[in-house]
Design a protein around this ligand. Structure first.
Ligand code: AVJ
Ligand code: FE
Length: 437
């Protein structure tokens, strides 16, 4: 066995362990009653996420990669996300918290055993540790989902973290990105999921993009200007939804006298003016942009701004270069329990000077979720392909609740345009003027 393979094995083990520590934090912060309760019809009980994470690990690492005997074949159906809607999951005969903890621990022991024994080349499923990387990202994605469940639960705070760092540089205005081709997607990122592949050239016309995500202060101006009551700014579907759902401010915001407050993980505080707005749906983002005389960026514009290096003509892994995300680059991984103020991460800026593309808030784009030209489902259709549809909008960049293992310049998230419980905000773009190129 080569030194390189051994290094990959230990890197995988570290990532699996990091994900499990986070899952443990999220599921040990509350008592057993709270774990089995449904905090919102939009979300699963936390104990479902916990055992589902273990079940996917069993299916892919223990049974498929390892060829081992099933641990609990009888529970596959309960934890198949396609069999039961989130709202119906509390009524299922789920593993109780103690059983779920024992199950995920047993599966993990076996998965680590498989990691020790299996060749990490040959089969495409394991090349570069892919299946293990997929499972690490799956657990981290569910950890972010569990964090959103924590945000929806009521009661005293149970999660704790340092406040985000302060602004260090100005982060207002927009930058100009000249027109021209760039490489979107990837063929080389070892843990990239199927929807990020293959790499392909896209010609993006010149455009302007905000230096930073739209802040709470700016968003409050839209509210104060009557933006929620003026159908002019909303798409037809957006206005219908705004009416039906009675939208009037981001989720979790509340008026307190003449100011806005929001409740974050059980703590009610004044809305921070210079932090990116979060918990707005696509329709709200789109309406804000129209009111501001702007528009949402397309997914290709977002990725070009995040990855294209005009000096070399190459697409990089992240806005700051090819190096993995460090703490100084971006607000990721639940290190803080909120977005950071705009201007807090100058070290994460792109060559064009666009800030906070990675971390803080997922950013809505105007693009429907579809496969890139030449897309091939891997390793299963249900990861992405079954969601390719104009019903879903693409979100980019990751939030404060996204782990660095599940976030990069090519990473694609998607959701319904009405979703607000996810950690989503946005930034605005506009077309270049004639003559600008
Ligand atoms: C990529 C975040 C939309 O949570 O539905 C988790 C990730 N896929 N389990 C989701 C996922 C299967 C997915 N998103
Ligand atoms: Fe899942």
């Amino acid at each position: 066995m080569t030194v390189e393979t051994e290094r990959l094995r230990s890197a995988v083990a570290v990532e699996l362990d990091r994900a499990r520590r986070r899952t443990t934090t999220l599921t040990e912060a509350v008592d057993d009653d709270d774990l089995v309760r449904q905090h919102s019809r939009l979300m699963s009980p936390l104990v479902w996420d916990l055992a589902h994470v273990g079940n996917q690990e069993e299916l892919w690492l223990v049974r498929d990669v390892g060829g081992r005997e099933p641990v609990r074949r009888d529970i596959d159906e309960l934890y198949d996300a396609f069999q039961h809607a989130r709202a119906d999951r509390p009524a299922l005969p789920l593993l109780n918290p103690a059983e779920a903890r024992a199950y995920v621990a047993t599966v993990r022991d076996k998965a680590l055993d498989v990691l020790d024994a299996v060749r990490l080349d040959g089969r495409p499923l394991v090349t570069g540790g892919f299946a293990f990387g997929m499972i690490v990202q799956h657990e981290q994605q569910h950890d972010e989902t569990m964090l959103a469940t924590h945000q929806l639960r009521t009661g005293p705070p149970v999660l704790h973290a340092e406040p985000p760092p302060p602004a260090r540089v100005p982060a207002t205005g927009e930058v100009f990105i000249p027109g021209g081709p760039f490489t979107m997607g990837t063929d080389t990122e070892p843990w990239a999921l199927d929807n990020e592949r293959p790499a392909h050239v896209v010609d993006v016309p010149a455009f302007h993009l905000d230096v930073a995500p739209v802040t709470n202060a700016r968003y409050a101006e839209f509210i104060d200007a009557g933006g929620y009551d003026d159908a002019r700014w909303w798409s037809e579907a957006g206005w219908a939804h705004r009416q039906r759902a009675g939208l009037g401010a981001p989720l979790h915001w509340r008026r307190d006298g003449d100011r806005w407050v929001y409740t974050r993980f059980g703590r009610t505080v004044p809305v921070a003016p210079d932090e990116p707005v979060v918990h707005v749906c696509f329709h709200e983002a789109q309406a804000f942009a129209a009111w501001a005389g702007r528009r949402l960026p397309t997914e290709a514009e977002w990725e070009k701004a995040a990855r294209f290096d005009p000096a070399t003509g190459r697409s990089r892994r992240y806005p700051w270069g090819d190096e993995d995300a460090q703490e100084r680059h971006a607000n990721l991984g639940q290190r803080h329990l909120s977005p950071a103020p705009v201007g807090a991460y100058p070290d994460g800026a792109s060559p064009h000077g666009v800030q906070q593309l990675i971390g803080d808030v997922w950013e809505w784009t105007s693009t429907d979720f579809h496969g890139y030209p030449g897309f091939r489902a891997f390793p299963y259709r249900e990861y992405s392909e079954v969601f390719f549809s104009p019903e879903y909008k693409v979100l980019r960049g990751g939030s404060f609740g996204t782990d660095r293992a599940a976030c990069r310049g090519t990473f694609r998230n998607w959701d319904y345009p009405i979703r607000r419980q996810i950690f989503a905000g946005f930034r605005c773009a506009r077309d270049a003027e004639p003559g600008e190129s």
